[in-house]
Design a protein around this ligand. Structure first.
Ligand code: S2G
Ligand code: ZN
Length: 458
């Protein structure tokens, strides 16, 4: 019996060779089986509709694939699914200067959008280390955050219009780029962060921000973890921060070993904060710096003297993920309200050293958003499976501490496969029931990204 895909797509768009299946059947994770049955490189909304209709008719499953930079297995096809790659739906379709709105196909690379915005004298201010490969459709599907959330918010805040293809094969065009639209439920926000389980993002109208003023970067040495929040409070009281990141000395050592960069300060310090702010606020920043040194929270600091030096300081933070990738780290991407952070940090630090005495741990993240990246590095003595088993077994204790503080077990990386079975630590049974109901309504054939995000019903 012929495969329905061969009737719908030519070999130019439909691939089944081993290399393509292996490459497009996964994201940035390396701990899940990758076994798609085919990859379709869609080129239009109509292609996506045809695929969804065929999947419902012939009961095969679809996994969306964008930049494949996901960290939770959300784009992994491990069970014969058909991967829907948006690589070829990568055009910027329209720009309206009056609305400051760019209409993008889902496959537009984040950096391409950022560059396009710059050419219009504007900016797309959501940024993260993977922006050179990630696609706007995937950013929307996971509500990507990154390093500028403290000032510019998350992807969700910049999506003024959204076109999705639901699991019923319907094309929904949500909000149409309006600033104000008080006409009932804002369905746009249902699909943002739904990880391709309710509908596939095919186009988006993205709002752009004014171009940022020249920025300056400061890296401060902070001996005590809990003082980082005093530093945050002091600087936030004095000026507008564009970024407030932190990383540990262990994380810094991994970056220095992996890249040809210089230490930010003459002497190692247990923790570092990286701040970015408008250069026009330098005087206020200098006064805040004096205050945090006077208080004993900060022992040393460096201020960027050029764009090149600012970029080199940013590399110390943004280079962490790539520098530790070789350890197949077990990633925890946690968030609590900032007021809860001091106590949370202390509790988790104790839990981690009790639970992982023989594992090396890297702390870093967007502490200004209450978001901690706790990466546990695999010792050479353990296979990936054994290592993940041990980390998985400890996660419930860690997530119980998150849950006690109404925190999130996945602050920005999404749920995918990695956090699916722990979702109950952050979402109530009632919420999970409603989420399942929405899935049943929008994807009754359960063909969209099956097995992701929603825990299997116990
Ligand atoms: C970060 C990037 C991915 C990782 O560096 O802020 O979100 O390694 C991360 O956790
Ligand atoms: Zn992050």
């Amino acid at each position: 019996m012929s495969d329905p895909l061969d009737e719908l797509f030519s070999p130019r768009q439909l691939k089944r060779d081993a290399d393509t299946l292996a490459e497009w059947g996964r994201d940035w994770t390396r701990s899940y089986a990758v076994a798609p049955s085919a990859v379709v490189f869609v080129e239009s909304i109509d292609d996506v509709v045809k695929l969804v209709q065929a999947a419902n008719q012939h009961d095969f499953k679809l996994v969306p694939s964008g930049g494949r930079t996901g960290l939770s297995g959300g784009a992994v096809a491990g069970h014969g699914e058909v991967v829907v790659s948006f690589d070829r739906m990568n055009r910027i379709l329209d720009f309206d200067p009056a609305d400051r709105l760019v209409t993008c196909q889902a496959g537009v690379v984040t950096q391409t959008l950022q560059e396009f915005a710059g050419e219009q004298g504007l900016s797309y201010p959501v940024d993260f280390a993977s922006s050179g490969s990630s696609q706007i459709g995937g950013n929307i599907a996971t509500n990507a955050g990154g390093i500028k959330v403290i000032r510019y918010g998350l992807t969700r805040d910049w999506v003024a219009g959204l076109t999705v293809v639901t699991g019923n094969g319907e094309v929904l065009r949500c909000n149409h780029g309006l600033v104000k639209n008080a006409t009932g439920y804002d369905l746009r926000h249902l699909f943002i962060g739904s990880e391709g389980t309710l509908g596939f993002v095919v186009e988006a109208q993205i709002r752009l921000a004014p171009a940022p003023q020249p920025q300056q970067v400061m890296v401060l040495g902070v001996p005590e973890f809990r003082d980082i929040l005093e530093v945050l409070r002091t600087f936030q009281g004095a000026l507008t921060l564009s970024a407030f990141e932190f990383f540990s000395e262990q994380a810094l050592q991994k970056v220095l070993a992996h890249r040809n960069l210089r230490r930010p300060l003459p002497q190692p310090v247990p923790f570092y904060t990286l701040l970015e702010f408008d250069a026009s606020a330098l005087e206020a920043a200098s006064e805040a710096f004096e205050a945090v040194v006077e208080a004993g929270w900060v022992v040393d600091g460096v201020l960027s003297q050029s764009e090149a030096q600012a970029a080199a300081l940013w590399q110390l933070r943004e280079g962490i993920s790539e520098s530790i990738a070789g350890y197949t780290p077990y990633k925890n991407d946690l968030s609590v309200r900032i007021s809860q952070m001091p106590d949370f940090i202390e509790t988790v630090d104790a839990l981690v050293s009790d639970s992982y005495p023989d594992f090396e741990v890297c702390w870093y993240g967007h502490i200004g958003d209450g978001n901690l990246h706790l990466n546990i590095l695999r010792p050479e003595s353990l296979s990936v499976d054994e290592f993940y088993q041990r980390c998985h077994s400890i996660s419930p204790k860690l997530f119980a501490e998150v849950s006690n503080r109404q925190g999130s077990i996945s602050a920005e990386h999404g749920v995918g496969l990695l956090k699916r079975d722990f979702l109950g630590f952050s979402r109530s049974p009632e919420e999970l029931e409603i989420m399942r109901g929405l899935k049943a309504m929008l994807d009754p054939g359960q063909i969209l990204n099956p097995g992701k995000l929603l825990p299997l019903k116990s």
